[in-house]
Design a protein. Structure first.
Lengths: 221, 221
DNA sequence: TGGTGTGAATCCTTTCACAGCC
DNA sequence: GGCTGTGAAAGGATTCACACCA
């Protein structure tokens, strides 16, 4: 990890790392000790060479003739992805989506915890959602400091998303998960992931349209 | 469209098509008549050559010296993506996420309409959510026929997702938007898009970890 | 034998650069 | 001059194939 040259790591590799981790956690629960690149690849519909190449970006931890030690690999991938740490997250937007996210179990599993909720609707401010009081946007800066929060979720309408993001960045947030259907502009020091439902819906209608035209196969993600 | 050889169209191209459409809709609302590949590219952080190459996969509709006719291009991309049609969608899973999706405005904008809701929890069946009664899973097959539904959203826990997907596919569904954190197995005739929150969270923590290690820049999606 | 790690080869995507048109 | 459409070149990612190890 420490000798990592991050700019050389292909983006697709990092994405697959998450898939490897998920599958390895399954295998780990089954108390399997080791796994080969072939076995891991087959369970995910990939090739063994790809698994090996991906992993060697981060070091060399397989044993020829044996494979990879499952629990060691789990620990190392968690460390690489950063989910071995605790992450405090701010949620901006207390609408239906915000509510759904607050009850989503997946955050805790990755060491993430939503520590505060914000909205600009006076009617919502002061209400409690899942035991967290909804605060005005002006309280963001203090909350970042108080909770040492590095991540934020933007779940507001498109027309206020950029404004919210700017505020979060000024307050010192280092990564944003954007649920609004808008392209956020952030400096290169701030990481950005977008959950773009409209885009994915269009990919789906495109694929289905194509399939029914051609009667051939669909592409899979 | 009719002379389209779908297997040749790169996946990234189809993804960008959605981005083009979104930006073109903005420009269209501003009553701009034409747009050049350069202008479109700049607004999305891409190159002009990429825009032109992407578009030529679907035909040739620019005018040298002038650019692309905005409203024509909007109409053609909508047609390509299939969002010029009406799509009836089944929603499986009436939890918090399902509820949030029912109130999400983006579906209607893409011609999608959630026509029925299903859940296997007896306590939920019969309840109404956003004017739609929650039905048992057994009612799926009839609903597909009745509404001529081709798409479905899977918003159930990971352990029942595959089972639900199998049922949907048997009932004739042609495309699935999967919100559960599990890899669904579907035949190649069924299109699949996954909204993988756990994966995106890990990409985010990875990028932020990297940034704070290297003090250099983050990659952007 | 079964398996990793990795250079070389292949495949795919993006960018370049320019002929041709308005 | 401005802009599209497109072959050719460059750049990345994936797969191949094999040396080497347990």
């Amino acid at each position: 990890m420490d000798f990592l040259r991050p700019e050389l790591i292909p983006d697709p590799t990092v994405r697959r790392l998450s898939l490897y981790l998920r599958q390895l956690e399954v295998v780990h629960r089954q108390e399997r000790r080791t796994i080969s690149s072939r076995q891991l690849a087959d369970s995910l519909g990939l090739t063994d060479a790809q698994v090996r190449k991906d992993l060697t970006y981060f070091g060399t931890f397989g044993q020829p003739g044996v494979g990879y030690n499952v629990s060691e690999l789990v620990a190392r991938i968690r460390r690489i992805l950063g989910t071995d740490q605790q992450w405090n997250v701010l949620l901006v937007g207390a609408g239906n989506l915000g509510r759904a996210l607050l009850s989503y179990g997946g955050f805790a599993a990755k060491g993430l915890s939503i520590v505060a909720v914000f909205d600009n609707d006076p009617a919502k401010i002061g209400q409690s959602i899942a035991d967290r009081p909804v605060q005005p946007l002006e309280a963001i800066t203090d909350a970042v400091r108080q909770h040492d929060a590095r991540l934020a979720i933007v779940a507001v309408p498109a027309d206020s998303a950029q404004e919210v993001a700017d505020g979060l960045i000024r307050a010192g947030i280092r990564g944003i998960l954007n649920f609004s259907p808008s392209r956020l502009n952030v400096p290169p020091t701030v990481a950005l992931q977008a959950v773009d439902l409209a885009l994915q819906l269009e990919q789906l209608t495109f694929q289905v349209s194509l399939n029914s035209m051609t009667r051939s196969g669909a592409r899979h993600p």
